[in-house]
Design a protein around this ligand. Structure first.
Ligand code: C5P
Length: 403
């Protein structure tokens, strides 16, 4: 039987707590189970365990210094944060938790944590007063809300001589938590699939202060990104300007114009699925002014328009990197099915999600769509955009099962 942990890649960040010594046992046991471990030892951690002990057990270099040229040349902190499937902070001190909650990046550990798109698990340990302090409890809530997995500290005798909650969880418990993390993730239907989604409007500049825009809020695209992410897909969300947030694990690329969206989408290839939800402005202003255009006494300024690249079509007809599934959206105010079928053919995509925009779809919470493929036209009831996202996710899961 294959061990659940065999071949898994974990980055362990060792904070400065008396319980840091337990990490050595943890590393040894994880190694025995076939886990590939990389490690960062904080300045505080160094006070309790030596770099040599950690690197001997992991059989790899232990990273310590953000500004070490050698370390950065071998393995930049961004790569360190992305190369692993899970980041475990053990022990997580009150200080590390506070820095994580507020986004402070003042050393290799905190910078790596801030740059990470991977799941983060923390095993806190500290004096019980520090643990119970409203500041720590607030930080804990913030971290949990962002999806950080927390292995609660145990109650009992503390190293400081007091009794209370704050002991680092036992090594067996930490391993159990890691195991259940990998077990629940291995059941995710889109694990290992790379999916790119374009969302929101694009802005096309007229001059430094004015631009052309449309009413797209980005809600549908963001909801799709979240639903696919929850099924374990690796998401790149290429978004025009919106005021929406996404889960930390979603890689978000902010763009402004259609041409920027085009190049970011191409850069995200190869992908298993590309879904173009963005309401891309059809034109950009060719004679965009460098300085603000002044009101003219005689006549109006003339704007020379040029066609924007068609992102959906470019991806669906890509010579070298055409994804197995390309999905477009069609917002129509009349002849919905007929126009959507035409779009499916002209853009060469696999599915079209067609919606009737005669109501309050743009910016609203609900959407009534039809799914058009070369074989069928399926009408979905009027539902929340988040439910459309879940239903579309199920259809994508089914697509890969059938393949
Ligand atoms: O041609 P139309 O704008 O109606 O097509 C809508 C679909 O094409 C949507 O999926 C939209 O995201 C995509 N599109 C695109 N690039 C454009 C225009 C539309 O990706 N320049």
């Amino acid at each position: 039987m294959i061990d659940t942990l065999d071949g898994k890649k974990i980055l362990i960040i060792i904070g400065g707590g008396i319980a840091a010594y337990k990490c050595l046992d943890l590393i040894r046991r994880l190694k025995d189970r076939g886990v590939k471990i990389q490690s960062i030892l904080t300045k505080g951690g160094e006070q309790f365990v030596t770099p040599l002990a950690v690197s001997s057990l992991t059989e790899r270099k232990v990273y310590q210094d953000l500004f070490s040229l050698n370390d950065e040349a071998e393995m930049g902190h961004i790569k360190l944060s992305r190369d692993n499937e899970l980041i475990l902070v053990a022990p997580a001190t009150a200080d590390l938790m506070a820095k994580m909650a507020t986004g402070i990046a003042d050393n290799l550990a905190t910078t790596t944590l801030l740059a990470s798109t991977k799941p983060i698990m923390i095993a806190p340990t500290m004096n019980s007063q520090m643990w119970d302090h409203p500041a720590t409890q607030h930080n804990l809530t913030v971290l949990k809300e962002r999806g950080t997995l927390v292995i609660s500290p145990a109650a009992g005798d503390l190293a400081c001589g007091e009794v209370g909650t704050g002991r680092l969880a036992e090594v067996e418990n930490i391993i159990e938590e890691i195991e259940s993390f990998f077990l629940s993730n291995s059941n995710l239907a889109l694990q290992g699939k790379k999916i790119t989604i374009t969302a929101g409007p694009t802005h096309e500049a007229i001059d430094p202060v004015r631009y052309i825009v449309n009413h797209s809020s980005g809600k549908q695209g963001y909801a799709i990104a979240e639903a696919l992410y929850r099924e374990g897909a690796e998401i790149t969300l290429i978004s025009g300007p919106t005021n929406l947030n996404v889960s930390l694990g979603i890689k978000k690329v902010n763009v402004i114009s259609a041409r920027e969206m085009m190049s970011a989408t191409e850069k995200s290839l190869p992908a298993d699925v590309v879904i173009c939800v963005a309401a891309v402005t059809d034109w950009y202003i060719k004679n965009r002014a460098v300085q603000k255009i002044k009101k003219q006494k005689e006549g109006l300024p003339s704007l020379e328009l040029s066609e924007n690249p068609d992102i959906l079509k470019t991806i669906a007809t890509h010579k070298s990197n055409r994804p197995p599934l390309v999905i477009g959206f069609a917002a129509e105010s009349e002849n919905l099915i007929e126009y959507a079928k035409e779009k499916l053919n002209s853009k060469r995509c696999d599915w079209i999600v067609a919606n009737d925009i005669s109501g309050e779809v743009m910016g609203g919470e609900n959407n009534q769509v039809h799914i058009i493929t070369s074989k069928l036209a399926e009408k979905w009831p009027d539902m929340k955009k988040t439910d459309v996202a879940v239903k579309l996710t199920k259809k994508i899961v089914y697509f890969f099962k059938e393949k």
